[in-house]
Design a protein around this ligand. Structure first.
Ligand code: ZN
Ligand code: ZN
Length: 452
């Protein structure tokens, strides 16, 4: 039985494109007593792998924390795999507002000591005694109350690109560090102020609110489902956004735009920019903000040192790395003296620029298409292509896309099709179909139907 990934990220990306199916990016968590996390993990892997669900999931004896990408058509079946467990009946799934079919390219389920690295000693306080959950509308209302103190329980690199107006944004690397800082800062307001907190998906606030109630804060509130769910409700209910900028997320998108305000700068040139990237040097991988111009000039590196390193032969690069810890342990995550325009701690409230609408490349990805089959032959003189239908059906009048590494992406509308040698209207699975193609195509080019 397969219990681990067998495909590389690249192979998976190609498969997802070929399938041409829409995927949903979602997240959820639940605190529960799990007796055998390893068995729980394996059961989930088998169930989710069968549904082509991908993502990064942590399970522990204290529960589950999941960020995932699921084919839209398998969404209900996916929900059923959760409902098998009593503690996940009617669980809220936070579905992302912006969708990207490549948000996750592997299914990774890890058994951990905890589902969030919060570093808190749970035995000292009651983790079920949490704050009042607020929906987006209620959250907006409480922010208008002059007695409210709102705290961002995310890390500096998250709040830098987007945060709630007026929020305290602790200059921390980890959630654990922020708790005593806030406790000290607000110790004189345990009775008279509303302590209102938020994070990405709500999970960090579950613990934080219990911690602050234990510390004696009387009026503790938390944003239900975090910024992800807030953004969804804004859309559904047409509410005003009190969040400005981008919501940083831990998938390949590295951010979900909530408003068009860009509140951060390229860390290298200072131009308004809120796109995070990881340094190209495998021995660095620093997380930082880089504009397209600097990306081109610096080849996606954080510094001239890293730029030099990536041009060295691989053996030398590996030698340099030996003995060093790679990844975000080399630098503090998102902090380095090389980054001249990095801001953390107290952050501005004003937009530096307005985000442009997504470029054409995004439009192109958003074209809805379904794979029909592949090219078998091209009769150069007659300019006729022959294809095998492997999925769905093809009709005369359909708008199609022929795609391949040499051919590129070519769209055309079909007038006349010949199926198994006879002119007809429809080609079904297994049929060989020929039609006029006014450009050269290659063997194994893929043919898609474009859905309007
Ligand atoms: Zn720049
Ligand atoms: Zn670097």
């Amino acid at each position: 039985m397969q219990l681990y990934n067998t495909l590389s990220a690249e192979e998976r990306a190609i498969m997802i494109d070929d399938a041409g199916k829409q995927r949903l990016t979602l997240s959820f968590y639940a605190y529960a007593k799990i007796q055998d996390p390893q068995k729980f993990r394996n059961d989930l892997f088998i169930a989710w792998n069968a549904l082509d669900a991908l993502g990064r999931i942590y399970v522990a004896t204290e529960g589950i924390n999941a960020q995932m990408s699921v084919p839209a058509e398998n969404f209900e079946a996916f929900r059923e795999t959760l409902e098998v467990y009593d503690f996940m009946k009617d669980i809220r799934l936070n579905v992302a507002v912006e969708q990207d079919d490549h948000s996750f390219l592997k299914l990774t389920i890890k058994v951990r000591h905890k589902i969030v690295a919060d570093g808190l000693n749970d035995d000292t306080f009651d983790v079920t005694n949490i704050g009042v959950h607020l929906k987006a509308k209620e959250f907006n209302e409480i922010l208008d109350d002059p007695n409210t103190i709102v705290v961002d329980f995310r890390n500096h690199y998250e709040s830098e690109v987007g945060h709630f107006k007026g929020a305290i944004t602790p200059d921390v690397e980890t959630f654990r560090e922020s708790l005593p800082i806030i406790n000290e800062q607000l110790k004189d307001h345990k009775d008279d102020k509303n302590l209102v907190m938020y994070c990405t998906g709500g999970i960090r606030c579950e613990k934080a609110s219990a911690y602050f109630k234990h510390q004696g804060f009387k009026n503790v509130y938390q944003l239900e489902g975090g910024i992800i769910n807030y953004a969804k409700q804004l859309k559904e209910e047409g509410l005003e956004s009190k969040f400005i900028g981008k919501n940083f997320v831990f998938d390949n998108r590295l951010g979900e735009r909530i408003t068009d305000d860009i509140i951060s700068q390229c860390h290298q040139c200072g131009k308004p920019c809120d796109n995070h990237t990881n340094c190209e040097n495998d021995g660095c991988h620093l997380l930082f903000i880089q504009c397209d111009d600097c990306k081109a000039a610096m080849e996606n590196c954080c510094s001239t040192e890293c730029l030099e390193i990536i041009h060295m032969p691989l053996v030398d690069q590996v030698r340099l790395r030996t003995g060093k810890q790679v990844g975000n342990k080399v630098f503090r995550k998102g902090k380095s003296e090389n980054l001249k325009f990095k801001h953390s701690g107290e952050l501005p409230e004003t937009a530096l620029a307005t985000a442009q609408k997504p470029a054409d490349i995004r439009q192109k990805i958003k074209v809805k298409k379904v794979l029909l089959g592949k090219a078998e032959h091209y009769y150069v003189k007659a300019q006729v292509g022959q294809f095998t239908i492997e999925n769905q059906e093809l009709n005369s009048g359909d708008k199609i896309l022929i795609s391949g590494p040499t051919t590129g992406d070519q769209e055309m509308v079909l007038n006349r099709i010949i199926v198994n040698g006879a002119e007809t209207q429809t080609a079904k699975i297994g049929d060989k179909v020929t039609f006029e193609v006014p450009f050269r195509i290659r063997l194994s080019d893929k043919v898609y139907k474009i859905l309007e």
